[in-house]
Design a protein around this ligand. Structure first.
Ligand code: BGC
Length: 738
């Protein structure tokens, strides 16, 4: 179907009339003289250069701005003809065969499907931290490829996907879109998701560049942080994801950084991204993130997004033309902007593999989503082997709370996907932005009934705590689902669970000693009842087929192997900031001070301060046991490679993650420098070889403008979490620049 659509377009584009003979190769050959930029033997840069030379000034200006395609628009702004209803649209230039850019959110699937395009649905992936918690780049790739293929089959050739903002702030409303707190883990996982998307010929847009790590006052907040600290933390996550994943575009963020808007920040876009990292793609603004013409363009912004709806004015039209006329912007820069956009389109195959309507294998895609959760859910607690539930002996189960009879919760905002079957619990406020509150229709209750057909599995809503406790009391096991809805544009004021859910868990746990809690949340929550329950399974927002994944995990069909990509604080006295001023109302301050923790994001902060969190970064339990031993470290100059043995010493098959941390001389906290996930049968053992990322052994030296290994005794340790490490191995490294 896809190739049929491509062939049809081919006939139209090339003017070929011989039906059935027109392939892309044939068309490219036929057009080699008329459209030499279609010659796929040339580099994307060379092709873009050839095409750029053909464009009129108006056509260039057409490519450097997009239009909003959503239905929620001011009455006086017409809907852009040709746009699929979605976040962004750049019209085609038919004269030269340049396809439109059809842009859809986002990292968890083709978003807002039904809200934007009534009747349309897509497969939701679990929340971003689930993918990060897999510590498995292949799972991330498969998720990216799945959402990329759905986007392509719906006619989209741009996904605004690849969120890699670090979890500096456990209350950040968008943590569920990101990949945790560590630059190596987040960077490598997001890189694979990007590769997966772009292998489907869909441009991936890594975002939000940069330091947009809280939502409160996101459109005005000035983030303050030093250069070394940001290079070693948030920017390192971007650097790794960009160099490995090669996203064709980057989205600059809403906030200011050290006084300048991110989307007119010369340091971020020109100096770091384009000069130091040699980034060849284009930077698009976040929706409402552009603030000027000349300043933004000269600082490196290449495309203004949906300015007619979101910016004060469309800067990249009349104001930019005026700036050009006055000499404030050079024509060569306008050409560079267009070159970058076209180059990205060629690099990803947007011309060669046109997006268009094609069938979607919904079952296969749901499997990708389910397997992501099965690989990323984290077993936080399992006293006296409360889990797995033995379905052969299970007689009765009380399933309680969180609408587990209907579905699984999703996070709110632009990343929200409407799954097939729509919202399982419609009408919960807020029903408009950043809502609706959405439950994907993959009910854990039904999945548990299917998994334990001999058991009497009953449901209590949980609003009536006494009724829930009574059901728990007469059941063999109680599984309580607790939830915390979070959404783009709002941070949580604290870590608490809403709606009296703590009292619910406490009452159920009192009524039944075999109580299991399943968490559906965006980031860490307070669990005052933790010591009273038998087991806790963290699923973040579970995504497509989430109910079945949860049932498989609880019943042991799948052995949990997720490891936390974030530190779980005991309470709000532990993270760098005790509160987010303005999160609960009132006027927020103009700036936020990220210099407090600097590069010590997450576990590095806790280690540097000697604070013991509730659960450390990298932590997670299994239904089997593993032994790690025999750590060796080989050094070849500045390149370190660790080898370590991991054995499954328990009775079940399962997976563990070998995590290698480095202490650079004098540092108070360790840095994750390499990792590998391994699947082992009972009794099996493997020797893993793990290359260590050299930038994690180095410091970013601002004066020398680069990564510098200080030299000396480096201590390398390995273990199943950041706080459970074996004996360190000491390595002498020479000083030097990377
Ligand atoms: C978000 C972006 C999103 C864009 C388009 C913005 O509000 O910050 O992540 O891609 O909207 O929907």
């Amino acid at each position: 179907m896809k190739s049929k659509a491509a062939a049809l377009r081919c006939a139209v584009l090339s003017g070929a009339i011989v039906m059935g003979l027109c392939t892309w190769a044939g068309m490219a050959a036929a057009q080699a003289t008329t459209r030499p930029w279609n010659d796929t033997t040339l580099s994307p840069d060379a092709r873009a250069k050839l095409l750029l030379a053909q464009l009129t000034q108006d056509e260039k200006f057409q490519l450097i701005r997009s239009y909003y395609g959503g239905p929620d628009r001011p009455a006086n702004v017409p809907f852009p003809k040709g746009a699929l209803a979605s976040a962004g649209y750049v019209p085609p230039i038919d004269r030269l065969g340049i396809p439109a850019l059809e842009e859809s959110d986002a990292g968890l699937g083709v978003a807002s499907s039904d809200r934007m395009r009534p009747g349309d649905h897509a497969t939701p992936l679990p929340a971003g931290p689930v993918t990060a918690a897999t510590w498995d780049p292949q799972v991330a790739y498969r998720g990216g490829a799945m959402i990329g293929s759905e986007a392509h089959s719906k006619g989209f050739n741009v996904l605004l996907a690849g969120g890699v903002n670090l979890t500096r702030e456990p209350r950040n409303g968008r943590n569920f879109e990101y990949a945790g707190e560590d630059p190596l883990l987040a960077g490598t996982i997001v890189a694979e998701a990007i590769k997966g998307i772009q292998d489907q010929h869909v441009i991936s847009t890594i975002k939000h560049f940069a330091l947009n790590d809280q939502e409160t006052n996101r459109n005005a907040i000035n983030v303050q942080i030093g250069e070394q600290a940001m290079r070693e933390s948030d920017l390192l996550a971007f650097e790794i994801a960009i160099e490995r994943g090669k996203p064709a575009s980057v989205m600059c963020s809403y906030n200011k950084l050290n006084g300048d808007w991110a989307c007119e920040n010369d340091y971020l876009m020109n100096q770091v991204l384009k000069r130091d990292w040699k980034y060849p793609g284009f930077v698009m603004s976040d929706w409402g993130g552009a603030h000027s013409a000349a300043k933004a363009v000269n600082a490196g912004l290449d495309q203004e997004s949906a300015g007619e709806v979101f910016d004060k004015e469309v800067y990249f039209d009349a104001p930019l033309r005026a700036a050009l006329a006055k000499g404030e912007v050079k024509q060569s820069r306008i050409d560079d902007m267009v070159q970058r956009i076209l180059r990205s389109m060629f690099a990803v195959g947007v011309f060669q593999y046109p997006a268009g309507k094609a069938p979607i294998d919904a079952q296969a895609n749901l499997k990708v989503s389910r397997e992501t959760l099965e690989s990323g859910a984290v077993l936080l607690r399992n006293e006296h082997d409360t889990l797995p539930l033995d379905v052969t002996r299970l007689q009765s189960v009380a399933v309680i709370g969180a609408h587990a009879d209907k579905g699984v919760l999703a996070g709110g905002g632009s990343s929200l996907v409407t799954a097939m079957g729509g919202n399982a619990v419609p009408g919960i406020a807020p029903t408009t932005w950043p809502g609706p509150v959405m439950y994907h229709p993959y009910a854990p209750l039904k999945a548990l009934r299917d998994a334990a057909p001999k058991a009497n599995v009953q449901f209590a809503e949980g609003n009536d705590i006494a009724a829930a406790a009574a059901l728990a009391a007469k059941s063999q096991v109680a599984v309580v689902f607790v939830q915390k809805w979070q959404a783009e544009s709002v941070d949580a004021p604290d870590l608490s669970l809403p709606d009296n859910q703590d009292a619910l868990v406490e009452a159920v746990a009192k009524a039944n000693p075999h109580t299991v809690v399943v968490l559906e949340n965006s980031g860490p929550v307070a669990m005052p009842w933790l010591d009273q329950v038998g087991a806790v399974l963290e699923t973040w927002y579970p995504g497509g087929d989430g109910g079945k994944a949860i049932a498989n995990l609880l019943t042991g069909k799948v052995n949990p192997s997720g490891r936390l990509p974030v530190t779980w604080p005991r309470d709000l006295s532990q993270p760098p900031r005790k509160d987010i001023p303005g999160a609960t109302g009132g006027t927020p301050p103009e700036s936020v001070d990220y210099a407090i923790e600097g590069a010590n994001v997450g576990y590095r902060w806790y280690q540097a301060k000697g604070i013991k969190p509730l659960f450390p970064f990298g932590y997670g339990l299994s239904y089997t046991q593993f032994k790690h031993d025999g750590l060796k470290v080989d050094a070849h100059g500045n390149q370190l490679q660790a080898t370590v043995n991991v054995s499954n010493t328990g009775a079940r098959a399962g997976a563990d993650v070998a995590q290698v941390y480095v202490h650079v001389p004098g540092a108070k906290s360790a840095r994750l420098a390499g990792y590998a996930k391994v699947f082992l049968k009972p009794g099996e053992h493997r020797t893993l070889t793990i290359p260590l990322e050299p930038r994690l052994l180095a410091d970013f030296d601002v004066a020398k403008h680069g990564w510098v290994i200080r030299g000396g005794q480096y201590s390398v340790s390995e273990g199943p979490s950041s706080e459970d490490l074996g004996s360190p191995v000491s390595v002498q490294l020479p000083a030097g620049k990377l």
